[in-house]
Design a protein around this ligand. Structure first.
Ligand code: MN
Length: 293
């Protein structure tokens, strides 16, 4: 699969009364870019973000507001108001639950990304990190805030468990961005259309760049998200908020959440009483790993 653009599709977030988001990953032909397995682009919107407590396994959630604030609470006791330019990184390990709510009536524009945890880490403990001041690098026509991994001369202190990069780039003109040739990359057109290696990418779409490139030519104006990493070798079974390796991993997590959503395996998110997001019904077939086509 060489040089593909993944189109954004509208998906309801947090149930039917929640806000809609534009999702580009996973794509039916491409489940992951590096360990990145989920790309949601939220807003800009005045609809309230109101995602009540829900569980995760097998992944890291990467929450990155561009405009507006998000209050994060989780079953570790974290309670953080996240601002633009700051990172929330939640590592689920075997079990965590969390909520995410918009703050006040201000408009919200954000991306939420997931990173699949490799086998060596997915059975570990849950952790939460808030990074108030990710490193910044840049040059003529571009400035990058590197919230995960390394780009150019800077490295984020956020914990990663496979080689990867995640950055917000403010683009003003054209740049040949030096990248790790062992990585595959995705470039999300956050604000406006842009050109990636001379190819026109529509606003909100995600351009895929396969491994082997030592630079990527970006041309345009506005905000761009860059994700990348070494192709993820493990097959993933992804369903709802869970990432496992088998159908049974998912069934086990779903049953634990349904049996005791508040105070059970996934803990308790304080401040929500007995509110939680119920798991949808499982499909009537065995869940299969997502494969590249
Ligand atoms: Mn979540």
């Amino acid at each position: 699969m060489i040089g593909t653009t993944l189109p954004a599709r509208e998906v309801p977030l947090g149930g039917l009364r929640g806000l809609s988001v534009q999702r580009t990953l996973p794509h039916r032909q491409l489940p992951t870019i590096g360990a990145w397995c989920f790309v949601d682009h939220i807003g800009p919107t005045s609809a309230p973000m109101n995602v009540q407590p829900h569980p995760h396994i097998g992944l890291q959630t990467v929450t990155w507001p561009i405009e507006g604030r998000i209050r994060h609470r989780d079953s570790l006791g974290s309670d953080v108001v996240l601002r633009p330019g700051e990172l929330n990184l939640m590592t689920s390990g075997t079990a965590i639950s969390h909520s995410e709510l918009g703050v006040g009536a201000e408009p919200l524009h954000a991306v939420q990304l997931w990173v699949a945890l490799p086998e060596a880490r997915r059975h570990g403990v849950a952790e939460f990190e808030h990074l108030a001041d990710p490193p910044v690098t840049g040059g003529p026509g571009w400035q990058a805030t590197v919230f995960m991994g390394s780009l150019a001369d800077v490295t984020s202190p956020a914990q990663v468990h496979s080689p990867l990069v995640g950055a917000q780039i403010a683009l003003d003109g054209a740049v040949d961005l030096a990248v790790n040739p062992a990585f595959e990359h995705g470039i999300l057109a956050v604000d406006a259309p842009l050109f990636v290696d001379g190819v026109d990418v529509a606003h909100r779409d995600l351009r895929y760049v396969p491994p082997g490139a030592s630079s990527i030519r970006l041309a345009g104006q506005g905000t761009v998200m860059l994700i990348g990493g070494t192709p993820f070798a493990e097959e993933l079974v992804m369903w709802w908020n869970f990432i496992g390796r088998t159908h049974d991993d998912i069934v086990e997590a779903r049953e634990a959440w349904e049996a005791e959503p508040v105070g059970g395996r996934f803990g308790r998110v304080h401040g929500h009483g007995e509110l939680f997001v119920p798991a949808p019904p499982l499909p009537g077939v065995r869940l299969q790993p997502r494969r590249r086509r």
